[in-house]
Design a protein around this ligand. Structure first.
Ligand code: HEC
Ligand code: HEC
Ligand code: HEC
Length: 449
């Protein structure tokens, strides 16, 4: 089976390239076509592409039918809208879309009736998809997904503001590169595969790249230093994925990156916040080769904010103070009483059950939003192959005041050799007012079919 699929990939590239084109073209096609990976996973090519693109995270909700839409999303400055039904139902879904119309929606953000979409649908990333993958995705939706008659919900954007839709064509011209991914022949096959996934289907930049004045991602590939440099979204901070030595992936090996994406854990930390949706619904379903490709690509991104910075090293003195019950450091007693059971007086946690805080890049993220949000509200659980995580971070919004949360986070940002900025009470109050505790007792995965 795997052999036949692999052969099919070779045939396609031979057809496209002619007979005398040699190995490079075959590899390039391999980098942008997911068919062989799907065969390895034992699912159809299109289902695998849908996993890579994580359609389900936005187009399914726990109480709804698979891919029938209904997730509320915020469009900055305009208001809320709902994701749509993308099942093959002809009336309420996309059953009447031709392949050409589907392709236009996925790459340019135009619905079949000509309405422009907001980039809450990450079409600027999906524009990089190869035609093979796009066709397979279309076939999956049309033939494998169950039609659902769930009607679409009207957006909560007032009519006069919704006129902004009409400007999206101009927005595309100003901000987007709408060409499919072009492999770079100077880079390895793994690197190209990783670039194709990270920039394109994985739409990692939708969360991890800072946005400019027009709310566009400030960089769409490694040619731009803002690409994946870390960004705030929904009161979480999607931290830097470049080579920054302390707050980015500079100290991670390729294996560390692949392990984190494949299982939600590694020796540095555990996925939490909105990253859980990415691991649970998308990256854990990727083949080892695809995880490695993304790791190779991410590890090739140079440091940006921390060029020439001193590498973090563990400092034992805070652990000694905690063990001798010396609580002169503000926040240390709160840490000792509420946090050290799980994360250890030494800050090193109990891998893979309780993540370490010492040396964890998210603790040294210049933006503390994730730390505040997680301490106030907890997080959804990672659900990987072995089942849901047994442990999760409790929420402290009822137990600790804003002052206390600011103190304990400031403490972990300076303990064990960390040197990150202090957190203020006002920052905690702001996130408390804007968020709710996670329903972290609910254990569910979203279905595509
Ligand atoms: C980050 C959230 C998000 C992800 C991930 C996402 N979508 Fe969407 N999608 C949206 C939103 C929001 C809309 C509606 C946009 C609007 O109305 O302006 C939409 C609209 C669409 C439409 C237009 C449907 C219609 O009603 O005419 C199609 C087709 C579509 N998405 C397909 C997909 C596919 C296939 C994937 C996976 C490869 C995907 N989407 C992933 C958020 C998302
Ligand atoms: C019952 C055990 C437990 C206690 C008590 C606990 N945590 Fe956690 N913490 C976890 C787990 C498990 C995670 C991983 C995320 C998840 O699964 O929810 C986590 C994650 C974190 C993270 C993110 C690290 C990462 O990379 O995942 C921070 C920061 C953190 N906790 C801080 C605290 C602070 C501050 C306290 C005390 C106020 C505290 N924790 C108390 C179990 C605990
Ligand atoms: C929906 C938003 C979102 C998307 C999409 C997203 N991430 Fe994340 N990611 C986050 C958030 C928030 C964090 C911080 C919490 C954590 O460490 O788990 C994070 C953390 C990470 C980390 C750990 C960083 C660290 O220093 O601990 C890695 C690695 C990562 N993401 C890789 C990716 C890759 C690769 C993709 C694309 C396939 C991706 N992310 C897509 C939101 C997102």
């Amino acid at each position: 089976m795997a052999f036949r699929k692999l052969l099919a990939v070779c045939c396609v590239s031979a057809l496209v390239a002619g007979c005398d084109s040699g190995a490079v073209t075959t590899e390039s096609t391999y980098a942008t076509d997911s068919e062989a990976r799907a065969a390895a996973a034992g699912i159809s090519h299109g289902e695998y592409v849908a996993r890579l693109g994580n359609c389900v995270a936005c187009h399914s909700i726990p109480e709804g039918e698979p891919l029938a839409g209904g997730l509320r999303m915020n469009v900055p400055m305009l208001g809320n809208l709902y994701t749509t039904n993308i099942t093959p139902d002809p009336t309420n879904g996309i059953g009447n879309y031709t392949f050409e119309e589907f392709d236009r929606a996925m790459r340019f953000g135009v619905k079949s009736d000509g309405t422009r979409m907001y980039p809450a649908m990450p079409y600027p990333s999906y524009a990089k998809m190869s035609e093979q993958d796009m066709r397979a995705l279309y076939d999956f939706i049309m033939n494998e997904v169950e039609p659902s008659s769930t009607p679409n919900q009207p957006s909560e954007i007032p009519g006069f503001k919704d006129m902004a839709r009409m400007g999206m064509g101009i927005w595309n011209v100003l901000t987007m590169d709408d060409e499919p991914y072009e492999p770079d022949d100077n880079q390895s096959n793994d690197w190209n595969r990783g670039a194709y996934l990270v920039q394109g289907l994985g739409h990692c930049g939708a969360c991890h790249t800072p946005r400019g004045l027009l709310m566009q991602e400030k960089g769409l590939d490694e040619g731009d230093s803002a690409f994946l440099a870390g960004a705030p979204l929904d009161h979480w901070s999607a931290s830097s994925l470049n080579g920054d030595i302390n707050s980015g992936l500079g100290r991670w090996t390729e294996d560390d990156v692949a392990e984190f994406l494949g299982s939600g854990h590694n020796r540095f930390g555990t996925a939490f916040g909105t990253m859980v949706e990415v691991v649970n619904n998308s990256t854990q379903h990727m083949s080892e080769a695809d995880l490695r490709g993304m790791a190779v690509y991410l590890k090739s991104l140079p440091p940006v904010a921390e060029v020439g910075a001193t590498e973090w090293s563990y400092d034992n003195s805070d652990t000694q103070e905690l063990l001798s019950l010396n609580f002169s450091e503000p926040g240390s007693q709160i840490y000792y009483e509420y946090c050290s059971n799980c994360h250890g007086t030494n800050g090193q946690g109990y891998y893979p059950y309780q993540p370490p805080l010492a040396g964890n890049p998210v603790i040294m993220d210049p933006d503390p939003s994730s730390l505040i949000n997680l301490t106030l509200n907890g997080s959804l659980r990672v659900i990987a192959d072995e089942g849901p995580d047994v442990n999760d971070m409790p929420y402290f919004r009822q137990l600790l005041s804003d002052d206390e949360i600011a103190e304990v986070i400031t403490y972990i940002r300076s303990a064990w050799g960390h040197n990150a900025s202090a957190v203020t009470t006002a920052e905690v109050s702001e996130i408390r007012a804007a968020t709710d505790p996670t329903r972290n007792d609910d254990i569910f995965t979203l279905r595509m079919k």
